[in-house]
Design a binder for this molecule. Structure first.
Ligand code: AMP
Ligand code: ZN
Length: 470
């Protein structure tokens, strides 16, 4: 099965060709664990999960690596401000280590409840300081660094391709650059690889290094850990769209300057979730978490459905109305699937009509993760009377391995044995016959007679179901 993906580097949809046949090395930037993840962050992880599921569905073995940023992410992207974890520790009176553990655990609770498959490797930055120091040493040996004011900087002028992902115009940037707060920088776009000199004094998290006791800059962790686990050239790097101009741009500069060769083949970015006030963001302090959605009575999978209903490359406006529509749709799917019975066709006995739906589904998801259209194919097969219930069950399982909505776990509805008088059953039978004959008036007459006897009849895809009136 061929997979086509939008590559931010080329700004085009390209056929995915792995470096090693049958295998995908994939890195996604993980959370900064100084606060709860908001549902915008979670949208990005749902997109990455869908990518991984599609590649697995297409027959690849995927090695997925994700970092946990538990040090080095400053409140400003231009190396200004305070370390986000240190700030949170100072404000709450807890230790940085406690904060990192608390929010990492909370993050994975959300991750699991959204049915996101855990990465193959989860790597906290604080456990990979050695790899970061080694990479900085390599950059130093290659002449890509300088020391100023006690910090080690990456010099972007030593990497002519700087800014290629974001297509930055460096001359324009230089001429329009504000006077940078960090006067140590030779070029305003240079960035810190290692801090020994923090304006916030003694940090809780510091390590010895060849340049003195200190802590790493934010960007170096992703280069060091991805190369450590996936090698110096790997297939896919992903993250949120906000990472393109600084974080991923700097990751590329460090990695390719160190190795002297191309680092990543495909760059993929998920678009923002928007709130009423624009991009949902952690630093603004105004954001929605999954717990808030649960408090409003939503299942986390309603949010997953909500996200799958939009293409990952388009902005998605959050609204409770949209969430309600997603919940109704998801429960509608569950209800239909529960009415199908337990039987699941064997792969070699699935009929052509069902196969047609699976092929359509594949063509959509393999075309740059077209989940909205894939969902409509799922609805299509469930509504199609020409497909048997057992085949529908098979198709649902097939599609759910990509959608991750736990539809394959839906149990068949077992109608309660009802002590129903023979007279009622006879009327139900007659009504069914009248409907078959399209004699709607007669069908309504029988329904009224059933009603008068204290019973209701409901039509389901599996046939009429009778219950006692409440
Ligand atoms: P952070 O924990 O802040 O480092 O962010 C984790 C991930 O969420 C990153 O890949 C961000 O690019 C992404 N992200 C941040 N805000 C949003 C948003 N409003 N919508 C979608 N993704 C986001
Ligand atoms: Zn990163």
């Amino acid at each position: 099965m061929k997979v086509f993906l939008y590559n931010t580097m080329s700004r085009a949809v390209e056929e995915f060709v792995p470096i090693k046949p049958g295998f995908v090395g994939m890195y996604g930037c993980g959370p900064t664990v100084y606060n709860y993840a908001h549902i915008g962050n979670l949208r990005t992880y749902i997109f990455e999960d869908t990518l991984k599921r599609v590649l697995t569905h297409a027959g690849y073995k995927v090695k997925h690596v994700m970092n946990i940023t538990d040090v080095g992410h400053l409140t400003g992207d231009g190396d200004d401000g305070e370390d986000k974890l240190e700030k949170s520790a100072r404000e709450t009176g807890r230790s940085v280590w406690d904060i990192a553990k608390f929010y990492t655990d909370a993050f994975f609770r959300d991750y699991d409840s959204l049915n996101i498959i855990r990465p193959t490797i989860v790597c906290p930055a604080t456990q990979h300081i050695k790899q970061m120091i080694e990479l900085i040493q390599r950059l130093e040996a290659g002449g890509h660094t300088y020391i100023a004011g006690g910090n080690v900087y990456f010099s972007i002028d030593t990497f002519p391709e700087y800014g290629k992902l974001a297509r930055l115009n460096l001359d324009e940037l230089k001429s329009g650059a504000r006077i940078d707060v960090d006067s140590n920088k030779r070029n305003p776009k240079d960035f810190v690889l290692w801090f020994t000199n923090s304006k916030f004094g003694e940090q809780a998290m510091m390590w010895d290094s060849p340049w003195g006791r200190g802590y790493p800059g934010w960007h170096i962790e992703c280069s060091a850990m991805s190369m450590y686990y996936l090698g110096e050239h790997f297939d896919i790097h992903c993250g949120g769209i906000d990472a393109i101009p600084v974080h991923h741009t700097n990751e590329i500069a460090q990695s390719e300057a160190a190795t002297g060769k191309k680092w990543v083949n495909y760059w993929m970015h998920g678009e923002f979730l928007l709130s009423d006030k624009g991009k949902m963001s952690k630093s603004s302090g105004e954001f929605l978490t999954l717990s808030v959605l649960k408090d409003h009575g939503f299942d986390p999978l309603d949010y997953r459905y909500f996200c799958l209903g939009a293409n990952y490359r388009t902005q998605l406006q959050f609204s409770y109305q949209g969430m309600e529509a997603a919940r109704t749709a998801r429960l509608g799917l569950v209800d239909r699937i529960a009415s199908l019975g337990d039987e699941v066709s064997k792969a070699d006995s699935v009929g052509d009509a069902a196969k047609g739906y699976m092929e359509q589904f594949d063509s959509f998801v393999c075309n740059d993760l077209g989940t909205p259209r894939a969902l409509s194919v799922l609805w299509g097969v469930l509504k199609d009377d020409a497909v048997s219930n057992a085949d529908k069950r098979y198709v649902v399982n097939y599609m759910d391995s990509v959608l991750g909505l736990k539809l394959s776990e839906v149990k068949a509805k077992k109608d309660e044995p009802l002590d129903c008088p023979a007279q009622v059953m006879e009327l139900v039978g007659k009504r069914a016959q009248a409907k078959k004959d399209k004699d709607w008036a007669l069908a309504d007459t029988y329904r009224n007679q059933i009603d008068a006897l204290g019973y209701v009849v409901k039509d389901t895809p599996a046939g009429p179901v009778v219950s006692k009136k409440m």
